[in-house]
Design a protein around this ligand. Sequence first.
Ligand SMILES: NC(=O)c1ccc[n+]([C@@H]2O[C@H](COP(=O)([O-])OP(=O)(O)OC[C@H]3O[C@@H](n4cnc5c(N)ncnc54)[C@H](O)[C@@H]3O)[C@@H](O)[C@H]2O)c1
Length: 325
Amino acid sequence: MRVVVSGGSGFLGSHLCEALLSRGDSVCCLDNHSSGRPVNIAHLRHDARFAFEAWDVTERFSVSGDVDAVVHLASPASPVDYQRFPLETLAAGSKGTENMLRLAERHSARFVLASTSEVYGDPEVHPQDEEYWGHVNPIGPRSVYDEAKRFAEAVTMAYRRSLAADVGIVRIFNTYGPRMRSYDGRVVSSFIRQALRGEPLTVFGDGSQTRSFCYVDDMVRGLIAMIDSDRPGPFNLGNPNERTVRELAELIAVITGSHCGLRFLPLPVDDPVRRRPVVARAREALGWQPRVSLEEGLRNTVDWFAAQSRTPLRPSHQSPVGRPS
Ligand SMILES: NC(=O)c1ccc[n+]([C@@H]2O[C@H](COP(=O)([O-])OP(=O)(O)OC[C@H]3O[C@@H](n4cnc5c(N)ncnc54)[C@H](O)[C@@H]3O)[C@@H](O)[C@H]2O)c1
């Protein structure tokens, strides 16, 4: 297959490009490097089946030759990014999604949209399945991201209904792994950065809010299963193993050997209280389910962060769980 991946220099996108190349596909990666990094794809550049285009998806894009699938990942994705670039976030979800849909349509290619669990907002039902319509504050500080993705889903379904386009929507829940940025404002990268620097781990609220964390390799398998499917979804992709944020902090403290404890700060506005995907639909339709445990995924991620920062990693068996301050 020849696959166009928008946002391919980012965290998820670079892992997806790598996995597609390793199964024999060709990849055309588009990115404006607003939050993605050239280093994420540097090791792919030597491969003749890999092409990179510096491109902003809010501009129309065309490419010669056949295209079999277009995967649209390009968007500011972490809270620090979308709150710093609110208008760009809305544009990536609206104009960007439509430009990528048009590209797929011109090539009669499959289109896969990377949507998000944030379309459920601060959910009133738990756990969240795809029937739930969500509870989003349309004018809150997170709304630029949540509503951009909701629009992206709507325009994707409109292309399916009005043009019989071959589309698929996945709603991605919190995903972590190597190549996350240390300062992207996400909880896993923040805790690991703080632990490796010997700082207290910053927990917002009392840490009783929950998240479900999916390792990047599992997520990439899910994305590829959606590329290969002809089903529209939407399908939740995530790990249903729900943990409190405090549990996550304590686990990272054990893995890194951090003794610095936890520091509690007020909860941000509109922070979701509970998050857990129901993945029965993805299991049934795509034959997909996550395989990597949180402990194993976090160890891989901590090792990667430690190698980046050249911080020596202390063995976990010597380390007590961090105590709250
Ligand atoms: N990682 C997660 O936990 C998670 C959860 C839900 C949804 N998602 C979705 O998955 C996708 C990838 O997320 P990620 O975690 O890899 O984030 P990321 O920031 O690492 O990757 C996003 C990429 O898109 C690029 N980009 C942004 N705007 C662009 C534009 N206008 N034109 C071209 N490129 C642009 C960035 O430079 C970056 O490389 C996003 O659409 C995000 O909303 C991710």
